[in-house]
Design a protein. Structure first.
Length: 216
């Protein structure tokens, strides 16, 4: 038996809030990823510059220039890394939590959850949405410039629809593909780590055997 729909305007308003917070969370996550990637590249550049400068010796304009550049990249890396600090991560996770909370309430309302069986179901949904967004009111500055996309309200009308579009779709369309993606990534990183470790061992051995300090 199809579940009774909450007031359509309340439902659409709650869905709009969900999409805004979802897009806000995605934007915050992209900023964190960019900061991490930039900091990583700067750290690698610092290592390369420092190593190159040490191979050239402590004298000479080139060596001094490389050393100075390495100091600059190290300093900039520290500043950039702050953009991916704990405060930024908390903002992202809270925004994502608000988005998922609103989404869950919408699905409960559409599927006919216990709290949405009465005639006041629209008011219940509105109150739940207000409580969820109230927990992230301090993050509203991040959401002001975000416009909702045109993704429609899910066509859920009963428990079977909830299982199909919420549970199964989440598993098959998100968690399993994401797990496979990270499994491949982890495998590649392990291979890269092994190659780098073996290369370091070979270079160190050659350097020690042939007294090539620079090679080591």
């Amino acid at each position: 038996m199809p579940a009774p729909d909450p007031d359509q305007s309340t439902l659409e308003a709650t869905w709009t809030d969900h999409r805004i917070w979802s897009l806000t969370a995605s934007r915050l996550k992209r900023r964190i990823d960019r900061a991490r990637n930039t900091a990583l590249l700067l750290a690698v550049a610092t290592a390369v510059l420092t190593t190159t400068a040490s191979q050239l010796g402590s004298v000479g304009p080139v060596s001094r220039g490389l050393t100075a550049t390495a100091a600059i990249t190290a300093g900039v890396a520290t500043v950039v890394q702050r953009r991916a600090g704990s405060e930024r991560i908390r903002a992202w996770t809270r925004a994502r939590s608000a988005s998922e909370g609103l989404k869950s309430e919408i699905y409960r309302a559409l599927a006919g959850g216990a709290r949405y069986l009465g005639p006041d179901r629209a008011e219940v949904l509105s109150n739940q949405a207000r409580d969820i967004t109230g927990l992230v009111h301090d993050l509203a500055r991040h959401a002001f410039s975000v416009s909702p996309d045109d993704r429609p309200v899910p066509p859920v009308r009963d428990v079977d629809g909830y299982l199909t579009l919420r549970v199964n779709q989440q598993i098959d369309g998100y968690y399993i593909p994401r797990a496979r993606r990270y499994d491949v990534l982890v495998g590649r990183l392990r291979v890269l780590g092994d190659v780098l470790g073996a290369t370091a061992a070979v270079l160190a051995a050659l350097g020690a055997a042939f007294d090539l300090r620079g090679l080591a």
